[in-house]
Design a protein around this ligand. Structure first.
Ligand code: FMN
Length: 406
């Protein structure tokens, strides 16, 4: 049997001809390290230098918003009206001297934009976000017009071209976790009776077509897609597999598999026993996706050990291992795994036992850790739940206050 280390170290050639140096990727983690104008800060480039030297072979950035008036979080990096690639060059250069690929993840929040950032977000249809409790934080959206949808497609293509001109080596579209692309895919949030609603995958496929045309055939184009939204009547597995086939036919280079939305955050763990036994969250789905397409597959969510990662690769269901939260406390984990060290990704985020607080904490605790890395500090592994929540309560309103509202 091939040793775990050798399996992880194998290069992967993508359809476009680009080669990923090995099988360990850093998945997108929203950094919230943009400045007042939502341009990247020096800390952001410093953070990616740390991650690139930590050994990940593919770094997918945290979500970059294509519309500066539609943010998912305060301090997102967002493409301005007239973008200049030079603004992104220092970030692109952060991986210099390593063999890491750096791909920009492009996103639009749609209705998933908190009230303090968007007084009235726009979405495929006017369906409010979340349960009644959560709705105090998220304003009800209005439905996008056909012209506005075309403009958003243009913005994705412009963003892709701008980042590639700046030196980024690939592009990923964020089609998971309940943001705009997910909203178009889901029958619960896309009630349109025009061409964008009759075929709910049209928006995503049009984005792929336009982004490919903007960056050319040699640049990797990837999509992060939900295996399912895990909501009754929502985007389910059968439909997701149909979208995988269509994406593969449309010529994407890598499909990253995740699942859930911020209403049902299974991407951070479902607690199911079968999942706990097999470490990663979406392996069964990956095996099915493998049956319907030959596109390279990456699974993100739950990986902790070299043995678990190697077993997943050995199963033949996937080609790349995506790591998110573990790299906020140990940026050198990929290098250590590749060196054959006996390490495991630690899951250190504390919990309060209060469901809403804990799902906020899962994001905020890790964001605070990556802010420490960006500032050149070591992770604060023992940071407690209440300390992290209080800090969020202070930082977010302050940052939001600085934003121009949509
Ligand atoms: C702080 C934080 C920020 C995240 N931001 C993004 C993001 O911008 N885009 C995205 O696709 N996923 C994002 N995710 C989800 C991760 O990419 C990943 O799917 C999830 O953490 C599960 O992987 P893990 O178990 O290795 O952490 C984020 C997760 C966390 C904890």
């Amino acid at each position: 049997m091939t040793a775990a280390r050798e399996l992880l170290a194998e290069p992967l050639k993508l359809r476009c001809g680009a080669v990923l140096p090995h099988r360990l990727a850093k998945s997108a983690l929203s950094e919230q390290l943009g400045d007042r104008r939502n341009a990247p800060t020096r800390e952001l480039a410093d953070l990616y230098r740390t991650w690139a030297h930590g050994g990940a072979g593919l770094l997918v950035t945290g979500n970059v918003m294509v519309d500066p008036t539609a943010l998912g979080e305060p301090r997102n990096v967002a493409l301005p009206v007239g973008p200049d690639p030079a603004a992104y060059e220092p970030w692109a250069r952060s991986v210099a001297g390593t063999d890491a690929q750096l791909w920009v993840q492009l996103n639009h929040p749609g209705r998933q934009s908190p009230r303090f950032l968007s007084r009235q977000p726009a979405a495929p249809s006017a369906v409010p976000f979340g349960s009644r409790g959560v709705r105090t934080a998220f304003a009800a959206p209005r439905a996008l017009t056909g012209d506005e949808i075309e403009t958003i497609v243009d913005r994705f293509a412009l963003a892709a071209r701008t980042f590639v001109d700046a030196g980024f080596t690939g592009v990923q579209l964020h089609g998971a976790h309940g943001y705009l692309i997910s909203q178009f895919l889901s029958p619960l949030t896309n009630l349109r009776d025009d061409e964008w609603g009759r075929d709910r995958s049209r928006f995503l496929l049009e984005l792929v077509r336009r982004v490919r045309a903007a960056v050319g055939d040699a640049v990797p184009v990837s999509v992060k897609l939900n295996s399912a939204d895990f909501q009754r009547g929502g985007f389910g597995e059968d439909e997701s597999l149909r979208v995988v086939r269509a994406l593969s036919d449309a010529g994407i280079d890598l499909l990253e598999i995740s699942g859930g939305t911020y209403e049902k955050a299974v991407m951070m763990g479902s607690g199911r026993e079968s999942t706990a036994r097999r470490e990663a969250y979406f392996l069964d789905y990956a095996a099915k996706a493998r049956q319907v397409s030959d596109v390279a597959l990456m699974v993100t969510g739950g990986f902790t050990t070299a043995a678990g990662m190697a077993d997943a690769l050995r199963s033949g269901a996937l080609d790349m291992i995506g790591l998110g939260r573990p790299l906020t406390v140990d940026p050198e984990l990929p290098g250590r795994l590749l060196a054959g060290e006996d390490v495991r990704a630690e899951r250190l985020c504390p919990h309060t036992g209060i469901r809403l607080a804990d799902s906020l904490l899962e994001v905020q605790w890790h964001t605070q850790q990556l802010h420490r890395l960006a500032a050149g500090k070591p992770a604060d592994r023992s940071r407690g739940a209440w300390r992290a929540l209080v800090r969020t309560g202070i930082n977010d309103p302050l940052n939001a206050f600085r934003r121009v509202r949509a």
